[in-house]
Design a protein around this ligand. Sequence first.
Ligand code: AMP
Length: 302
Amino acid sequence: MSLLVVGSVAFDSVETPVDKIEKALGGSATFCSVASSYFSNDVKMIGVVGEDFGEQNIQMLKNHKVDISGLDIVEGEKTFSYGCVYRDDMNIRDTLFTELNVFEKFDPIIPNEMREIPFLLLGNIMPALQLKVLDQMTNLKFTVCDTMNLWIDITLNDLLEVIKRVDLLVVNDSEVKMLSKDSNLIRASKKVLEMGPKYLIVKKGEHGALLFGEGKIFSAPAFPLETVFDPTGAGDSFAGGFTGFLTNSNEINFETMKKAVLYGSTLASFCVEKFSTKGIENLSIETIEERFNEFLKLSSVN
Ligand code: AMP
């Protein structure tokens, strides 16, 4: 089935303890779309870029069969630019700059022919824009939403409105604690589930992810990597892999979601092995399956 992805498209400047890179392709919609394209053959992306975006980046998205007819290219303007630096503990990232540029006026108008798409992945953008997208969709079957600490800090009411209206929320461990004002992860997650979504995924970086819903909990490991190059986009790649797999499944229930969590983790593990989108650009289904099986082995006792 078709999947609509809405989010940011960016140039990222990233410094990690290993290396650094300037103005590389990034953005929540970019990582989400590429990661989901390995599972769904009909991914449509909504976003905005400036005239500096570059043919090479367009081509990369097209190579993944991502429909970019909803990607607005604004002449005379620059693409959203994000800079961050990672500490030695790469779970901690400090934002260096956020140049909104063309993103400042981003108004996600969903073309009429895309409003009936059943699966929606709301990548990390301002919650007011996520609400605007939800208002336009007419036939949603399942909506996944990602967010970040910034929105919990500065626009909580809008975010709570979004959370009420989505089927599944993906956040990291510190965000679920912030949202619920509870420092115990399990209590915090239950409180967030009471805010509206049927399912919740809590990402714990190098410690894996937890899925909550239907009164159950599933715990997935993270792939044990000795060298992480760049964690940027890992969360988006997770969300893309997860939602892409779900889009392609016949049934949406906790059992399917357990597998989807492992596919999301698989895509995230490839993402962090290289800078920018490079880690998820050239995968094959075979390589993905191979790592998925490694994930299964990690916590199997048979
Ligand atoms: P992740 O590492 O999965 O949390 O996502 C990183 C991506 O989020 C980067 O590629 C950034 O370009 C993008 N990003 C950073 N800040 C924002 C923001 N305020 N709004 C939307 N996207 C952002």
